[in-house]
Design a binder for this molecule. Structure first.
Ligand code: UDP
Length: 506
């Protein structure tokens, strides 16, 4: 192939695991679709190190050979952040806004990166795909005369609700706890408790508003949006997002490895290793062996994603509820809110003798910090996921047909939880936030409810099974029968390539 036919896309993910994972999968998918595309994923040193580890563990795959990693100079302590404060996982929720503010400083090194690409290749990259929190990338793309594409690592409904609430602050125009959100049908009501702590405090002049509003606003004006969802599973959310943005939105999900979409097999290899360069709190093999010894659909899996935790009272009650349920469980656990997330876990945060009792009686696996989530969800023994409803976790659970018990904590998670319960009917919500009072008995009641073979549990399982089928169908790629993921990827690439050609001939 002539050098001129080579295309280059630059990606700028937000500095968090829940963003790096889908960005890398998107890079792999774009590269698989069009082998003449080189992708450069640019981020700070620590995040590049994570990505490098994931790519190294996937060395057998051709699709990573055209993915390059570029380090952008960033010193977290210059921005009042701790020395490793380059990824949200090393920061308390109260500092995430500071990381958001600091990340605008990446524009200067990203400018150098693009200049360097132009010098070597004689023209700007095909496009810059940036996270929706990196609206500054629009200025960068404009200055080099290339297209700016926004990628939301959230779903359509949750993204529309988050962007609209940030840009319109609808909770400020009412004295009521319930309010409509611009862009959503008038009959839809949102509750103040569904707003994350930054949003709830936002009035248009505060720190959170000054950081997030301009970034999201710039992103709403980009060439088009990519959304990590599947066309068939979010018809309402996609309609709302498209109307709200008034520009193309390509639903390019599921952003999952193909192995995870093959229904007949449990993931035996460590796919999670190829998704996040993280150390596991348990050897994945031991985790799978333990799951092998459990009954079908019997295990409760509990995890709050890559960076969140709950309060110490909630931790205690969750432990009591799990134990009382008498069901096998895997619980990914971190120190409670207010303590160093990376610090030692203290036995006093759990009921006396809990970890010992669970491991001796073989009822539960308590995994510290990080587990092979996708393998766990794909295992036939896993019956329910108690989740913070981060969108990657949601898509992983839906794709494996596992119903959820929602416990949203931050970002747009409460909007996801609302959509999962009200639109999809695949989840029930336990509580919201890290401040609420949670009672162990309620944890047990909801686990029992979702685990029921008939009644509500049966309904949730049937619906999530159907959605899992739709997600798998989206990746069909036969000459006459292309799934929505394949069509969306081809349409996006076709559109962006045609735009480049048109501009070059002007
Ligand atoms: N994850 C994992 N093991 C863990 C915790 C999280 O593999 O112990 C992965 C999970 O599979 C998902 C991502 O980390 O892909 C978390 O993203 P999500 O959007 O669910 O939540 P966030 O971390 O952004 O809040």
């Amino acid at each position: 192939m002539e050098r001129r036919d080579q295309e280059h896309i630059v990606m700028l993910p937000f500095l968090a695991q829940g963003h790096l994972i889908p960005f890398l999968q998107l890079a792999r998918n774009l590269q698989q679709r069009k082998s003449f595309i080189t992708i450069t994923v640019a981020s700070t040193a620590l995040n590049i190190q994570y990505l490098r580890t994931t790519i190294a563990s996937n060395s057998s795959s051709q699709s990573d050979s055209n993915i390059r990693l570029a380090e952008l100079s960033f010193c977290s302590t210059d921005h009042g952040l701790p020395p490793n404060g380059e990824n949200t996982e090393n920061l308390p929720l109260s500092k995430i806004g500071n990381l958001g503010a600091a990340s605008t400083s990446l524009e200067a090194p990203a400018h150098l990166l693009i200049s360097d690409i132009i010098e070597k290749e004689g023209r700007p990259p095909l496009c810059i795909i940036s996270d929706m929190y990196f609206g500054w990338a629009a200025n960068l793309a404009n200055s080099f005369g290339t297209a700016h594409v926004t990628f939301t690592t959230g779903g359509a409904y949750g993204t529309a609700a988050l962007v609209s609430t940030w840009l319109n602050l609808p909770h400020r125009s009412t004295a009521s706890d319930e309010f409509p959100v611009p862009g959503f049908p008038e009959s839809y009501r949102f509750h103040i408790s569904q707003l994350n702590p930054y949003l709830r405090a936002a009035d248009g002049t505060d720190f959170g508003s000054r950081i997030f509003q301009p970034q999201l606003s710039l992103s709403t004006k980009s060439f088009g949006w990519l959304c990590s969802t599947v066309e068939e599973i979010e018809p309402v959310g996609l309609k709302i997002l498209r109307n709200y943005l008034g520009r193309p939105v390509w639903s390019i999900g599921p952003l999952l490895p193909l192995e995870a979409l093959n229904k007949s097999s449990t993931l035996r290899l460590s796919v999670s290793r190829q998704r996040a360069g993280k150390e596991f709190g348990i050897p994945p093999e031991a985790c799978l062996e333990w799951l092998d010894s459990q009954g079908s659909d019997s295990v409760v899996y509990v995890s709050f994603g890559s960076q969140n935790s709950i309060s110490s009272n909630q931790l205690m009650e969750l432990a009591l509820g799990l134990e009382e349920s008498g069901r096998p469980f895997i619980w990914v656990i971190r120190p409670p809110v207010g303590y160093d997330m990376k610090g030692e876990f203290r036995a006093e945060w759990l009921p006396e003798g809990f970890e010992d009792r669970m491991s001796r009686g073989k009822q539960g696996l308590v995994v510290h910090n990080w587990a092979p989530q996708l393998e766990i969800l794909s295992h036939k023994s896993t019956g329910v996921f108690v989740s913070h409803c981060g969108w990657n976790s949601v898509m992983e659970s839906l794709s494996q047909g596992v119903p959820m018990i929602g416990w949203p904590l931050a970002s747009e998670q409460a909007f996801n939880s609302k959509m999962l319960a009200e639109e999809m009917g695949v989840s029930v919500e336990l509580t919201r936030g890290a401040q609420s009072v949670v009672v162990g008995k309620e944890v047990k009641r909801l686990i029992d409810l979702v685990m029921e073979k008939s009644g509500k549990g049966g309904e949730l399982r049937k619906k999530v099974g159907d959605i899992g089928e739709q997600i798998r169908a989206a990746v069909r790629d036969e000459a006459e029968d292309k799934g929505s993921f394949v069509s969306a990827m081809d349409d996006f690439l076709g559109t962006i390539l045609a735009t480049r050609r048109k501009n070059e001939h002007k």
